[in-house]
Design a protein around this ligand. Sequence first.
Ligand SMILES: *Cc1c(COP(=O)(O)O)cnc(C)c1O
Length: 435
Amino acid sequence: MEYYSLNHNAKEVSFLKAVRNGLAPDRGLYFPKEIPRLESNFFTKLHQYSNHEIALQVIRPYIGNDIPTKELEKIIEATLSFDFPLIEITNNIATLELFHGPTLAFKDVGARFMARCLSYANKTQKNEALTVLVATSGDTGGAVADGFFKVKGIKVVILYPKGKVSELQEKQLTTLGENVTALEVDGTFDDCQDMVKSAFIDVELFSKVALTSANSINVARWLPQMFYYFFAYKNRPNPNKKLVVSVPSGNFGNICAGLLAQKMGLPIDHFIASTNINDTVPNYLESGNYTPKKSMQTLSNAMDVGDPSNFIRIQKIFNNDFFKLKRMLSGYSYTDKETLKALKEIYSLNNYIADPHGAVGYLGLKEFIETQEVPDDYQGIFLETAHPIKFSDAVESTLKTKITLPNPIKDLLNRNKTSLPISNYEDLKEFLIKN
Ligand SMILES: *Cc1c(COP(=O)(O)O)cnc(C)c1O
């Protein structure tokens, strides 16, 4: 499989090259040259296959000859080493839990897959040591740090805003050591992201250090997110109803993978992009005008994105046809107040404890189903993207209940933090060149 740049001003590259590059040299996002279709027979038999078998069939055409099937099987096995349970909340609403990975966020799958692909590339090609540079507002950094921990030939440098991530999130970034360094930035998440962007256009730096990005624009983080939608379809309750999936969205990588899965033939009837007040995409679906905004801080902070970078890929999947896209995708946005109310509602329905991101997904799903002519024709699934313990302050005080600490977290809280304070781009550049 070849990948081309959506800016149309760079060479086509194979999968592993696209992974190493992150962004194309013309600053465009990579997109696969063809979207393969799976045979309809694969979907009718889906329930007979294991998650690993499904993942292999889905991702193999995107890898081409870059990774032999035997190796790809191993990568998938190591990536998907945990469960994706589906929990029914009402007779037509269920949730697919994506947070059973080591850092309790759905980003674990993409980060683990990407790390193992790069590690395979390093074993088989004579590549120079690579530095993965990533800015995080919370979840991405932890998943990337864990996914790349001890991977040979790769250094990980994470920038995070001092005092603006939760204690748990900070521990996930700063307690690993080895090939993972956390830089504590005296500034905001936007400052962190600006520094990363400056690094990627710094020609002098690039001549000295091989850099790549592990943000969701990387094809190796984007594509494996398709697996969730196949798992949702495989385990859906009420198989004779129309399946609609609601995705709590920020940078729109996850939902974009769902739309790609559908394009491969997966029979999902409709998608819902559920957002917090950072509502650029719901507004676009309403008006046809894409107007990026500055991001605003909310309770569902992993979705505080005003200009979602993967949206251009979604438009490409629909050949930039606004009306086709609108038929397949609805968008709804919610305030923090509505989100907290939804947490209570979900809890009262069957004692299910959602996190603020999942609660936004639930609201979008409910609104869509209730406004259809025959709501009973639909089975809805919303994706639960983080464990509620990551947002325990908001969740526990709203539901007046305690969340039990999952095991991986208990160890973490006892470990010591190591970070390096920096305050501007020059500090970052110096660090990258010296190390
Ligand atoms: C990253 C993240 C999201 C948003 O996913 P996108 O692919 O960026 O749309 C939603 N929820 C949680 C918990 C996240 O960490």
